[in-house]
Design a binder for this molecule. Structure first.
Ligand code: ZN
Length: 308
């Protein structure tokens, strides 16, 4: 069994909470699958979007910080988050995005930015597979985003990051693909099983709104996570202890180029504190913050729940 199955989620900083919901749950038609707070800072929301079930590998998450400075994509960051769409859906999405999207450099995909400037790409994917359709989406099932196709890391040098991807995370470099410069695959090259590294383009990075905070890779179980943790320590990485994120268990470390990586377990999943039908329809708090619910709710901006 592979210890790493592919990508689990991408987490970014955004500004206005409602604007973020309107964009991802409205325009992109994803399901808002969890509304909670930043476990490490409960003054901020933590929104999770995904397919109809919040399947691992489909999940985009955001910390809304309305007063944060605007960030800028650059070296040591994830600069593009690519999402998988059916090959026959490009025209649909071009029209739906209504002038927001431009053709990617290779003319194959649609590039656009979210309201905070986070760079996204819709990739017509020959391996497209929608695990769990979202029946209440404004996007018809035949055009729905299946999840994270891949991410592009902007690195100043490729070698040490490539070594980590290959020696510890089980990815292979595909030398036949030269645009962008370095492409790595794992597994059957399906959803989230691709990481690109580019060493060109983009100015210097600045963290803030519209930038990726971290990416998480999927691991099947606590046992496989422990094995990856041991392997990471073996190559000198400084890895956190296991943190209980309620919906998965996580470890964190910085890859050699500076991008924050997380390894998250597939389980227990999002239907642990609300049932599958009502995911994302009310504020969920981890046990440690539940006693302060009234205070926390009063301090958070009011939002309209799209599925309530
Ligand atoms: Zn995470």
């Amino acid at each position: 069994m592979n210890n790493i199955l592919g990508l689990h989620h991408m987490t970014a900083i955004c500004g206005d909470a409602q604007e973020n919901i309107d964009f991802y749950a409205g325009l992109l038609g994803l399901r808002l699958i969890k509304v909670t707070v930043n476990f490490d800072d409960p003054t901020a929301y933590h929104f999770y979007y995904g397919d109809g079930a919040g399947s691992p590998g489909t999940v985009l998450t955001f910390f809304p910080y309305p007063t944060a400075q605007s960030g800028r994509q650059g070296a040591g960051q994830v600069v593009i988050t690519s999402l998988s769409i059916p090959e026959s859906s490009v025209a649909y999405w071009r029209e739906r995005l209504d002038g927001l999207a431009v053709e990617s450099e290779d003319g194959h995909a649609l590039d656009f930015a979210d309201p905070d400037g986070l760079l996204l790409r819709l990739v017509p994917d020959p391996n497209y597979k929608l695990a769990a359709p979202w029946q209440k989406s404004a996007v018809p099932v035949e055009h729905q985003i299946a999840g994270i196709h891949s991410v592009t890391l902007r690195e100043n040098e490729v070698e040490r990051t490539a070594a980590l991807l290959m020696k510890v995370l089980g990815f292979d470099h595909d030398p036949d693909i030269e645009v962008p410069e370095y492409v790595f695959f794992t597994g059957a090259r399906g959803l989230g099983q691709r990481v690109d590294i580019s060493t060109i383009g983009f100015a210097s990075a600045r963290p803030g709104k519209g930038t990726v905070h971290h990416i998480a890779f999927r691991t099947p179980t606590d046992e496989t996570q422990a094995q990856v943790r041991t392997d990471l320590i073996g190559v000198g990485a400084s890895v956190s202890e296991v943190r209980d994120r309620d919906y998965f268990h996580s470890i964190y470390f910085r890859e050699p180029g500076g991008v924050l990586f997380e390894i998250a377990t597939d389980g227990p999943g999002f239907a642990t504190d609300e049932d599958l039908e009502s995911l994302g329809t009310s504020l969920k708090l981890p046990k440690m913050h539940e006693p302060k619910r009234a205070q926390i709710e009063a301090a958070l901006p009011k939002i309209t729940y799209p599925n309530a």
